[in-house]
Design a protein around this ligand. Structure first.
Ligand SMILES: [Zn+2]
Length: 483
């Protein structure tokens, strides 16, 4: 569902529709590439919280119950949802602001958008505990409802954005952790980091994002959202009539317990919301029906090419990754893909193998996994740092054998969220993936290409490669949660 022309006009009047891409800020030293990359191994997950079923769908429905017109409810929900990687001002990557760039502004912004607390940045995690519905969590929402009635029709975007952090205060409650991916966490600074607390399932899982695990918290979050919506001033002197909370509460259980996209979609359709495209990419399995819709309301610019023209990367390495990604996104023969691009530890190329190399089997399963349309069914496995079990590899194969299992993109460039590294002296154009150097292993140069696929919007994937005698080979695939 696109915003209607009227809604867009209204929105443009109140908010700058920023079409700039996702920004990865580098620090400004010559060794920025190494720093850039290390982030994805040192730390993960910028901001984890409820997903689009809550931020868009539930918010939209609650606004309708509170008496907002459909177009108004849609604006509120769209701006709530865009706080999660739907627009540039909301992209803050913890590995940069907490590990490498030590960017206080970015770290503060991540807190304001997803981790409301009374503590300050920098500051020990214990001083930055997130408390549901706290003063910090409600601050933006209370400001949003203070708008003068004459401005009320123009400030629905602020209301939506403010509801996001209020809702996240339940998902992100507790003492923030230092998210991590890979063995090296020592260079990260916990006084900058926001990762969801151990009591919500820890940093390497989507569990905190899913309503089914937190029924009482979801009810409390919905009630607080509803109370704020009801208090928003009348628009154009039109009084809204809101349903009672008791009535609404009774309808929530099914929403909360829905554990597949199919079940979530059915709940919304049964409750008058027929466009459920916003459910694209949430970390739940498709369920009974394949989910193939696309949410059209992100404000991100298209890439001109699927090939990276990133500056300051060794041409042979860039060419290697361009060939690899083109093949990866087109193939259905992952055995051949691994054979062509990898020097896995269990091949006879002993000198190429390092302790961090995956086996061919592991690599094949991982590469296959990231091409599955039904990413929600493998979302937890995808984040696993340990080698996949035989059963897990078999379940990936079972999903891959379904008709239409693999995602395909036309044009290929539409597979990616556009990335724009900033802060260096030589700014590259928009990129489908970002290539950076890693510390050498056993004397062999190493690199990683990091990307974010459209069908897995809550994750980032990194492809690690190693050069032996000048020849690049893929050695492993890594990933982290990313909102
Ligand atoms: Zn969030």
């Amino acid at each position: 569902m696109q915003c209607s022309a009227g809604a867009s006009t209204t929105l443009k009047g109140q908010y700058m529709w920023d079409e700039a891409p996702i920004v990865l800020r580098a620090n400004k030293t010559p060794s920025m590439r190494l720093l850039f990359v290390s982030v994805f191994f040192l730390a993960a997950s910028p901001a984890i919280a409820f997903e689009a079923d809550v931020h868009h769908g539930l918010t939209n429905w609650l606004a309708l119950q509170a008496g907002f017109e459909p177009e108004q409810a849609h604006i509120i929900a769209t701006f709530d949802e865009r706080v999660d990687s739907g627009d540039t001002p909301f992209i803050d990557v913890v590995g940069l602001y907490a590990c490498l760039a030590k960017d206080e502004i970015s770290a503060r912004r991540a807190g304001e958008h997803h981790f409301p607390s009374e503590g300050s940045i920098p500051g020990p995690p214990e001083t930055r505990e997130v408390v549901p519905n706290s003063r910090a969590a409600r601050k933006a929402a209370l400001e949003a409802i203070e708008v003068s009635p004459s401005q009320a029709q123009y400030r629905l975007s602020q209301l939506g954005e403010a509801l996001h952090v209020l809702q996240d205060s339940w998902a992100n409650q507790g003492i923030p952790t230092l998210p991590q991916l890979g063995e090296a966490t020592s260079t990260c600074d916990s006084s900058f980091a926001w990762g969801h607390s151990e009591m919500r399932g820890g940093p390497a899982s989507h569990r905190a994002d899913l309503t089914v695990y937190w029924p009482m918290d979801t009810v409390a979050m919905a009630q607080a959202t509803y109370e704020i919506l009801k208090q928003y001033p009348a628009i154009s002197d039109t009084r809204r009539s809101a349903r009672s909370w008791q009535e609404i509460r009774q309808e929530l259980d099914e929403f909360i317990n829905a554990s597949t996209k199919t079940e979530k979609a059915r709940w919304f359709v049964a409750h008058g919301i027929n466009d459920v495209s916003f459910l694209e990419g949430i970390s739940l399995p498709d369920g009974a029906e394949a989910f193939l819709q696309h949410w059209p309301d992100r404000k991100l610019p298209p890439l001109r090419s699927e090939k990276s023209s990133q500056h300051a990367v060794e041409p042979a390495l860039l060419e290697f990754y361009n060939r690899f990604f083109a093949s990866w996104l087109a193939t259905k023969d992952f055995t051949a893909l691994v054979k062509e691009f990898s020097a896995a530890a269990d091949t006879n190329e002993g000198t190429a193998a390092t302790a961090t190399s995956m086996t061919s089997q592991e690599l094949e399963s991982r590469l296959k996994l990231w091409r599955l349309n039904d990413h929600g069914s493998v979302a937890e496995i995808a984040l696993r740092r340990e080698p996949l079990t035989t059963e897990e590899r078999a379940s990936i194969d079972a999903i891959a054998n379904r008709p239409g299992a693999y995602v395909s993109y036309a044009p290929p460039s539409s597979a990616y969220f556009p990335l724009l590294p900033q802060g260096g002296h030589d700014v590259s154009p928009l990129l489908p993936f970002f290539v950076g150097e890693l510390a050498p292993a056993a004397g062999h140069p190493r690199a990683v290409a990091v990307t974010k696929f459209r069908h897995a919007p809550y994750d980032i994937v990194g492809v690690v490669a190693e050069a032996v005698d000048g020849r690049w080979r893929v050695t492993s695939v890594v990933s982290t949660v990313d909102h």
